[in-house]
Design a binder for this molecule. Structure first.
Ligand code: NAD
Ligand code: ISE
Length: 337
């Protein structure tokens, strides 16, 4: 049984606590920490958790009965807790981003390599989504021949006023940054950003929508539309154009209704529903690997670094619209291959 300590019990932290306690097997929650003590205490009470509240997150990480740490607090605080756990040789499941800068991610990578064991899984859940897995299989089986182009869209119905232009990359497109190079088994070499006409629904300080174009080492051209005030739903699209055909990310299975001269199909409204199974599968895989003593199979701290570095370049490209900027990753250590 993996005994989890959780740092950060907000939106996704609460979701993960619920899935570990109610849906998944082989894990339990023994400790909680949040800067908002009242909220964490109320969660313990509401869910009837047999868990201790720690006012200090580091104390939680060090607790003897905590085998693995679930880091689900705000991004800027991820690094300190991940590093702390890794240095103790403890497992960590960290929500994206692993850390907010590429250098901080590398510090985690170094600490993990020093332990000589894979301890970190990053919450890039799309690699566990059945649709993306099927799409990858189609590409890997050679069904569409060599991929040449990829068109993707990441649309959120609405964002709040705290959402800034760089978050379109760091918070939203970061999922495409991770999943698309995994899908194509390729690496990014350059990025460029252009801005279409702005929607009237975006706050004054926010550029929305945006189009990010990246090129890969093998020459695949990728365009990603990020549109976070699209109004109509939460919609994730991916189309891979190959030499012999085109493969699409499957639509989520929602019921079609033919009625009153119309064919209707609901569209989901948020990421929690859209990827609920992927979140379950990624954390179940993490738990199973720990319980079986097998190597972690999910996105690694190196993947966290690759995503952070690529995101940094994309954010710079946002500031120089139209300019193509190089993406230069460090050589991937054998440990992560
Ligand atoms: P949230 O604001 O709902 O929750 C964050 C919680 O962390 C809050 O309860 C806050 O009080 C607590 N917190 C902040 N700083 C802390 C610190 N230093 N120590 C302890 N607790 C602290 O945010 P959220 O939407 O749950 O996002 C949390 C993380 O999960 C973010 O990194 C976000 O990018 C990521 N996330 C991932 C996905 C995904 O699809 N994989 C979806 C949503 C959020
Ligand atoms: C959020 O943090 C997520 O990770 C969601 O998956 C993404 O769709 C959304 O844009 C982000 O704000």
């Amino acid at each position: 049984m993996v005994r989890f300590g959780v740092v950060g019990c907000g939106g996704i932290g609460t979701e993960h606590i619920k899935r570990i306690m109610n849906t998944l097997s082989g894990g339990t929650i023994v400790a909680l920490n949040d800067i908002n003590e009242e909220h964490a205490q109320s969660l313990i009470k509401e869910m009837g958790l047999n868990a201790k509240f720690y006012a200090d997150g580091h104390e939680l990480v060090h607790a003897d009965d905590v085998d693995a740490v679930l880091v689900t607090c705000w991004g800027p605080a991820h690094k300190e807790y991940v590093l702390d756990a890794v240095k103790l040789g403890k497992y960590v499941f960290c929500e994206k981003p692993l850390a907010t800068t590429a250098d901080d991610c590398l510090e985690i990578v170094d600490a993990e390599m020093k332990q000589g064991k894979h301890l970190v899984q990053v919450g890039f859940m799309r690699r566990f989504d059945a649709g993306y897995v099927a799409l990858k299989q189609a590409i890997d089986n050679g069904e569409i021949g060599a991929p040449l182009m990829l068109h993707a869209a990441h649309r959120n119905p609405v964002v709040d006023d705290r959402y800034s232009t760089d978050m379109a990359i760091n918070d939203t497109m970061i999922h495409e940054i991770d999943v698309l190079h995994w899908l194509l088994d390729d690496e990014y070499v350059s990025a460029q950003v252009v801005y279409p006409r702005k929607t009237k629904y975006a706050a004054d300080h926010l550029a929305d929508p945006q189009i990010v174009m990246v090129e890969t080492k093998k020459g695949v051209r990728i365009d990603v539309e990020i549109f976070v005030n699209c109004k109509y739903g939460y919609d994730i699209k991916c189309e891979v154009v190959g030499e012999d055909g085109i493969a699409y990310l499957p639509e989520p299975a929602t019921v079609q209704v033919r009625k009153e001269a119309a064919l209707r199909r609901p569209i989901l409204m948020d990421w929690k529903e859209r990827f609920v199974k992927a979140y379950d599968t990624e954390i179940q895989a993490f738990i199973n690997n720990i319980n079986n003593g097998t190597k972690l199979t999910g996105p690694s701290s190196w993947d966290g670094y690759a995503a952070a570095l690529t995101a940094d370049v994309c954010v710079k490209a946002q500031q120089k619209p139209g300019e193509i900027l190089p993406i230069t990753l460090k050589e991937c250590p054998e440990f992560y291959k």
